[in-house]
Design a binder for this molecule. Structure first.
Ligand code: GDP
Ligand code: MG
Length: 176
Protein backbone atom coordinates (compact mmCIF):
# COMPACT_ATOMS: atom_id res chain seq x y z
CA UNK A 1 0.00 0.00 0.00
CA UNK A 2 1.10 3.49 -0.87
CA UNK A 3 0.83 6.10 1.89
CA UNK A 4 0.60 9.67 0.61
CA UNK A 5 1.99 11.90 3.32
CA UNK A 6 2.52 15.66 3.40
CA UNK A 7 4.81 17.36 5.91
CA UNK A 8 3.56 20.84 6.80
CA UNK A 9 4.51 23.63 9.20
CA UNK A 10 6.18 27.02 9.44
CA UNK A 11 9.59 27.67 7.85
CA UNK A 12 12.70 26.49 9.72
CA UNK A 13 10.91 24.19 12.18
CA UNK A 14 12.77 21.18 10.74
CA UNK A 15 10.40 19.65 8.17
CA UNK A 16 13.15 18.86 5.66
CA UNK A 17 15.49 17.71 8.43
CA UNK A 18 12.88 15.25 9.72
CA UNK A 19 12.28 13.85 6.25
CA UNK A 20 16.00 13.61 5.42
CA UNK A 21 16.74 12.01 8.79
CA UNK A 22 14.06 9.42 8.13
CA UNK A 23 15.02 8.75 4.49
CA UNK A 24 18.82 8.96 4.67
CA UNK A 25 19.63 8.98 8.40
CA UNK A 26 21.67 12.17 8.09
CA UNK A 27 21.42 15.67 9.55
CA UNK A 28 22.86 19.01 8.51
CA UNK A 29 22.93 22.35 10.34
CA UNK A 30 22.50 24.24 7.08
CA UNK A 31 19.11 25.68 6.18
CA UNK A 32 17.67 25.98 2.69
CA UNK A 33 14.09 27.26 2.97
CA UNK A 34 13.39 26.59 -0.71
CA UNK A 35 13.90 22.81 -0.68
CA UNK A 36 10.68 21.11 -1.66
CA UNK A 37 10.81 17.53 -2.70
CA UNK A 38 8.97 14.25 -2.67
CA UNK A 39 10.42 10.94 -1.60
CA UNK A 40 9.40 7.33 -1.98
CA UNK A 41 10.51 5.23 0.95
CA UNK A 42 9.86 1.50 1.25
CA UNK A 43 9.61 0.49 4.88
CA UNK A 44 8.10 -2.11 7.12
CA UNK A 45 5.97 -1.39 10.19
CA UNK A 46 4.58 -4.14 12.41
CA UNK A 47 5.80 -6.68 9.87
CA UNK A 48 3.85 -5.07 7.06
CA UNK A 49 5.67 -3.76 4.00
CA UNK A 50 4.57 -0.38 2.70
CA UNK A 51 5.72 2.52 0.59
CA UNK A 52 5.67 6.01 2.03
CA UNK A 53 5.20 8.72 -0.53
CA UNK A 54 6.37 11.78 1.41
CA UNK A 55 6.00 15.38 0.27
CA UNK A 56 8.31 17.83 2.05
CA UNK A 57 6.69 21.23 1.58
CA UNK A 58 8.19 24.73 1.67
CA UNK A 59 7.16 28.34 1.31
CA UNK A 60 3.88 27.97 3.11
CA UNK A 61 3.55 31.49 4.47
CA UNK A 62 -0.09 31.84 3.43
CA UNK A 63 -2.82 29.57 2.24
CA UNK A 64 -1.76 29.24 -1.35
CA UNK A 65 -3.59 27.08 -3.86
CA UNK A 66 -0.52 24.85 -3.79
CA UNK A 67 -1.02 24.16 -0.12
CA UNK A 68 -4.67 23.34 -0.77
CA UNK A 69 -3.52 20.83 -3.38
CA UNK A 70 -1.16 19.16 -0.90
CA UNK A 71 -4.03 18.83 1.53
CA UNK A 72 -6.33 17.36 -1.08
CA UNK A 73 -3.77 14.78 -2.18
CA UNK A 74 -2.41 13.76 1.21
CA UNK A 75 -3.93 10.88 3.13
CA UNK A 76 -1.91 11.57 6.25
CA UNK A 77 -0.13 14.64 7.59
CA UNK A 78 2.90 15.40 9.73
CA UNK A 79 2.46 18.87 11.25
CA UNK A 80 5.72 20.21 12.62
CA UNK A 81 6.47 23.03 15.05
CA UNK A 82 9.56 23.88 17.06
CA UNK A 83 9.39 23.51 20.85
CA UNK A 84 11.64 26.58 21.16
CA UNK A 85 9.34 28.88 19.14
CA UNK A 86 5.76 29.50 20.32
CA UNK A 87 4.86 31.25 17.08
CA UNK A 88 5.39 28.01 15.15
CA UNK A 89 3.10 26.12 17.54
CA UNK A 90 0.37 28.70 17.10
CA UNK A 91 0.26 27.90 13.41
CA UNK A 92 -0.59 24.23 13.98
CA UNK A 93 -4.27 24.61 14.89
CA UNK A 94 -5.10 26.76 11.84
CA UNK A 95 -3.35 24.12 9.72
CA UNK A 96 -5.49 21.36 11.21
CA UNK A 97 -8.64 23.40 10.62
CA UNK A 98 -7.59 24.07 7.05
CA UNK A 99 -6.97 20.36 6.39
CA UNK A 100 -10.47 19.51 7.66
CA UNK A 101 -11.93 22.33 5.58
CA UNK A 102 -10.16 21.26 2.41
CA UNK A 103 -11.21 17.64 2.91
CA UNK A 104 -14.73 18.79 3.80
CA UNK A 105 -14.71 16.81 7.02
CA UNK A 106 -15.88 17.67 10.52
CA UNK A 107 -13.40 16.94 13.33
CA UNK A 108 -16.37 16.06 15.57
CA UNK A 109 -17.34 13.09 13.41
CA UNK A 110 -14.23 12.18 11.45
CA UNK A 111 -10.53 11.76 12.27
CA UNK A 112 -8.01 12.66 9.60
CA UNK A 113 -4.65 10.89 10.20
CA UNK A 114 -2.36 13.57 11.63
CA UNK A 115 0.80 13.39 13.71
CA UNK A 116 1.75 16.63 15.45
CA UNK A 117 5.51 16.82 16.01
CA UNK A 118 7.21 19.18 18.47
CA UNK A 119 10.67 19.18 16.91
CA UNK A 120 14.07 20.32 18.25
CA UNK A 121 13.55 18.63 21.60
CA UNK A 122 17.38 18.41 21.81
CA UNK A 123 17.28 22.16 22.55
CA UNK A 124 15.12 21.62 25.62
CA UNK A 125 16.73 23.55 28.45
CA UNK A 126 15.55 25.99 31.11
CA UNK A 127 14.87 29.30 29.39
CA UNK A 128 14.95 27.74 25.93
CA UNK A 129 11.72 25.74 25.66
CA UNK A 130 8.70 27.89 24.76
CA UNK A 131 6.05 25.20 24.26
CA UNK A 132 5.38 22.63 26.98
CA UNK A 133 4.77 19.00 26.19
CA UNK A 134 1.32 19.35 27.79
CA UNK A 135 0.34 22.14 25.36
CA UNK A 136 1.22 19.87 22.46
CA UNK A 137 -0.64 16.92 23.97
CA UNK A 138 -3.74 19.01 24.64
CA UNK A 139 -3.92 20.30 21.09
CA UNK A 140 -3.49 16.76 19.76
CA UNK A 141 -6.25 15.46 22.03
CA UNK A 142 -8.65 18.13 20.86
CA UNK A 143 -8.37 16.91 17.26
CA UNK A 144 -7.67 13.21 17.93
CA UNK A 145 -4.16 13.55 16.49
CA UNK A 146 -1.08 11.58 17.49
CA UNK A 147 1.60 13.64 19.23
CA UNK A 148 5.36 13.26 19.62
CA UNK A 149 8.26 15.42 20.63
CA UNK A 150 11.18 14.71 18.34
CA UNK A 151 14.62 15.74 17.20
CA UNK A 152 15.89 15.41 13.66
CA UNK A 153 19.30 16.35 15.01
CA UNK A 154 19.63 13.59 17.62
CA UNK A 155 17.26 11.19 15.85
CA UNK A 156 14.60 11.05 18.53
CA UNK A 157 11.14 9.81 17.51
CA UNK A 158 11.76 10.33 13.78
CA UNK A 159 10.97 6.84 12.51
CA UNK A 160 8.30 6.65 15.21
CA UNK A 161 6.60 9.69 13.65
CA UNK A 162 6.11 7.84 10.36
CA UNK A 163 5.24 4.60 12.12
CA UNK A 164 2.50 6.39 14.07
CA UNK A 165 1.16 8.02 10.95
CA UNK A 166 1.03 4.74 9.03
CA UNK A 167 -0.79 3.22 11.99
CA UNK A 168 -3.23 6.15 12.11
CA UNK A 169 -3.91 5.82 8.38
CA UNK A 170 -4.47 2.06 8.73
CA UNK A 171 -7.01 2.75 11.46
CA UNK A 172 -8.81 5.46 9.50
CA UNK A 173 -11.48 5.47 6.86
CA UNK A 174 -8.99 7.00 4.42
CA UNK A 175 -6.96 3.91 3.57
CA UNK A 176 -7.44 2.50 0.12
P1 GDP B 1 12.16 23.49 7.32
O1 GDP B 1 12.16 24.88 6.77
O2 GDP B 1 10.98 23.29 8.23
O3 GDP B 1 12.28 22.42 6.30
O4 GDP B 1 13.43 23.40 8.32
P2 GDP B 1 14.84 22.67 8.07
O5 GDP B 1 14.71 21.21 8.13
O6 GDP B 1 15.49 23.23 6.85
O7 GDP B 1 15.63 23.14 9.38
C1 GDP B 1 15.78 24.51 9.70
C2 GDP B 1 16.99 24.69 10.62
O8 GDP B 1 16.75 24.03 11.86
C3 GDP B 1 18.26 24.07 10.04
O9 GDP B 1 19.34 24.91 10.38
C4 GDP B 1 18.37 22.74 10.75
O10 GDP B 1 19.70 22.30 10.88
C5 GDP B 1 17.75 23.05 12.10
N1 GDP B 1 17.10 21.87 12.72
C6 GDP B 1 16.21 21.04 12.14
N2 GDP B 1 15.83 20.08 12.99
C7 GDP B 1 16.49 20.30 14.15
C8 GDP B 1 16.51 19.63 15.42
O11 GDP B 1 15.85 18.63 15.68
N3 GDP B 1 17.32 20.20 16.39
C9 GDP B 1 18.07 21.31 16.15
N4 GDP B 1 18.83 21.76 17.15
N5 GDP B 1 18.06 21.95 14.97
C10 GDP B 1 17.29 21.45 13.97
MG1 MG C 1 12.36 22.61 4.25
Amino acid sequence: MDYKIAVLGTGAVGKSSIVVRYIRDTFTESYDPTVEDSYQKPDEFDGKACILDILDTAGMAEYSSLRTQYMEKGIGFVLVYSIVQTKTFQEIEPLIKKIYEVKQKDPATCTIPIVIVGNKVDLDAPGEREVTKEEGEQLAQRYHCRFLEASAKTNVNIRETFSQLVNAIDNSEFKH
